[in-house]
Design a protein around this ligand. Structure first.
Ligand SMILES: Nc1ncnc2c1ncn2[C@@H]1O[C@H](COP(=O)(O)OP(=O)(O)OP(=O)(O)O)[C@@H](O)[C@H]1O
Ligand SMILES: Nc1nc2c(c(=O)[nH]1)N=C(CO)CN2
Length: 204
């Protein structure tokens, strides 16, 4: 039997103190794990079989451990935003509400993995794409990190996300910016048409 440690485990010279920032991160992750958070995810596609790709992205989100898809919006056909009129095919856009135990950074990584799985290529800013997965909001988090800005820095200017978001959550607010309904009324719905003939399925 080994002799009991005189100074206790703290004195083991091979054990490094854990920085306070790491303790804070682990604590935050623990809180998230036992307390799923609501997040709102925007999907867009203007290349290939757009509807099939959007459905694939919804299914891939639902297949993510620690994530449940709670609501899927109607589908909209939308004029490309931020580029010259007629320079790209029109988009199909939709919004998905999820509950997740993933922290924001992991949700972003999952979205990017889904983009890669659907062969998204990045050639130019706001270029055409098979799929775009953007995080519009995560709980009430407001953060300025360029790797993940929350809420999405351009969500409040884009009818193609505000219209479907408003459909699934009429009372929603964009954290720090106001009601989705008010923002949508302000930007208007030019170039954003509901496609009642198309439907995304909420996974079983
Ligand atoms: N809320 C967010 N959702 C998704 N990506 C974000 C967010 N905030 C910052 N980013 C960062 O933006 C980078 C570029 O994203 P992406 O290529 O999807 O831009 P985009 O869709 O072309 O344009 P936009 O950001 O205007 O929608 C990503 O690598 C990601 O790190
Ligand atoms: N209509 C529409 N326009 C866009 C979209 C989009 O999803 N729909 N996504 C962009 C970059 O995220 C840039 N422009």
């Amino acid at each position: 039997m080994s002799a009991p440690s005189v100074n206790g485990p703290q004195s083991d010279p091979t054990v490094q103190p854990v920085p306070a920032s790491v303790v804070a991160q682990v604590d935050a992750a623990d809180v998230t794990l036992s307390n799923p958070q609501r997040a709102v995810v925007a999907l867009g596609s203007n290349l290939g079989n757009r509807l099939e790709t959007l459905q694939g992205a919804v299914d891939a989100l639902e297949d993510t451990p620690g994530l449940r898809v709670k609501a899927v919006s109607p589908v909209y056909e939308t004029e490309p935003w931020g580029v010259d009129a007629g320079s790209q095919p029109t988009y199909l856009n939709a919004v998905v509400v999820v509950k997740t135990t993933l922290p924001p950074s992991s949700l972003l990584e999952r979205g990017q993995a889904i983009e890669e799985a659907f062969d998204r290529v990045r050639l130019e800013r706001w270029g055409p794409r098979t799929i775009d997965v953007d995080i519009l909001a995560y709980a009430d988090v407001v953060q300025d990190d360029p790797l993940l800005t929350l809420p999405h820095p351009r969500a409040h200017q884009r009818a193609f996300v505000l219209a479907p978001w408003h459909d699934v959550e009429p009372e929603a607010t964009v954290p720090g910016l106001g009601a989705v309904a008010d923002l949508l009324a302000y930007v208007g719905t030019d170039g954003v048409q509901p496609r009642a003939d198309l439907e995304l399925r909420l996974p079983d």
